[in-house]
Design a protein around this ligand. Structure first.
Ligand code: SF4
Length: 294
């Protein structure tokens, strides 16, 4: 709870992410990382069997973990901590579904760069402000708590020109949570159709990406990727507000190039010293030097 001492000290609890790294994110289970070099290890095969969502596989003798399926239950990290461990990193969103499988291959870096640059070009008009329409397509409610937290004083996404809207006709970005319940596919499609161009779609959470624990069934479609043209995948179960924010910034083309300066200049007019201090409190010794300060 680092925001408690910060709030008591400065009177301000609002995160400075993405302009500055923030310790808030480190208290969460972010992702599971896989140690390399476990070729032929029979314990990995046993853990792949034990994973409740089939997120672990073995390719060419090496373990692979699909973050688009991982519900962060912790079973693998408890059974075999030498091979699997939690990492607090939350910048795990991807513009391609296959990039959620780790360890990543580097053979298609050019294709990945092309996908990101095309997305950035398409959404260029959204960089000063973006309006989000959130649709729950069959969630258990956990994802919605995290989405709602984006507007609280700690994350305060409005400071970045990010707003939620009730009308899809006013929305630039469709944020979808839930397993893709059959009854929601029609409303989801209608929402997407009436959104003006340019528009971008985020599948937020493992349920929306792959169906999570429920997967594909008579009442679900194993996520929404087959029903919508998803641009950004945000893993997590549920994804933390920081993970969601990273996905939103990625979707509107503001990551990763020159993130601090570019984001500040693109999304907000340059703030005055007075307004920055009002927003974040006085500078503290641990703050990094300002890039564009007076
Ligand atoms: S933490 Fe993820 S990969 Fe590990 S067992 Fe649970 S669901 Fe599977």
């Amino acid at each position: 709870m680092p925001w408690i001492p910060r709030g008591l000290r400065d009177g301000i609890v609002t995160s400075r992410y993405p302009h500055r790294p923030d310790g808030y994110g480190e208290g969460f289970r972010g992702t599971v990382v896989v140690h390399p070099g476990r070729e032929g290890d029979h314990r990995v095969a046993a853990i792949a069997e034990a994973c409740p969502t089939g997120a672990i596989s073995i390719e060419a003798g090496q373990p692979r973990l699909d973050r688009g399926r991982c519900i962060l239950c912790g079973r693998c990290t408890e059974m075999y901590p030498q091979a699997f461990r939690f990492d607090p990193g939350f910048e795990s969103s991807a513009v391609r579904r296959d990039r959620l499988v780790v360890p990543e291959g580097d053979e298609d870096d050019a294709a990945l760069a092309l996908a990101r640059s095309e997305l950035a070009r398409r959404v260029k008009a959204l960089r000063r402000s973006v309006h989000i329409r959130h649709v729950d397509a069959g969630s258990d409610g956990a994802d919605e708590w995290e989405v709602a937290a984006l507007t609280n004083p700690v994350y305060d996404v409005q400071r970045l020109g990010i707003y939620f809207t009730a009308s899809p006709k006013h929305a630039d970005l469709l944020l979808v949570t839930g397993v893709g319940a059959v009854g929601m596919l029609g409303p989801l499609s209608q929402t997407f159709e009436v959104m003006p161009e340019p528009k971008v779609v985020i599948a937020a959470g493992v349920d929306a990406i792959s169906g999570g624990l429920i997967g594909n069934g008579y009442a679900t479609r194993g996520g929404v990727a087959d029903s919508l043209p998803v641009d950004v995948f945000v893993p997590g179960s549920p994804p933390t507000p920081f993970a969601l924010l990273h996905g939103i910034l990625l979707a509107i083309g503001l990551l990763p190039t020159a993130r601090r300066g570019a984001t500040r200049r693109s999304m907000n007019p340059r703030p005055s010293v007075q307004s920055e201090r009002a927003a974040h409190g006085p500078s503290s010794p641990e703050d990094p030097p300002r890039e564009d300060g007076p």
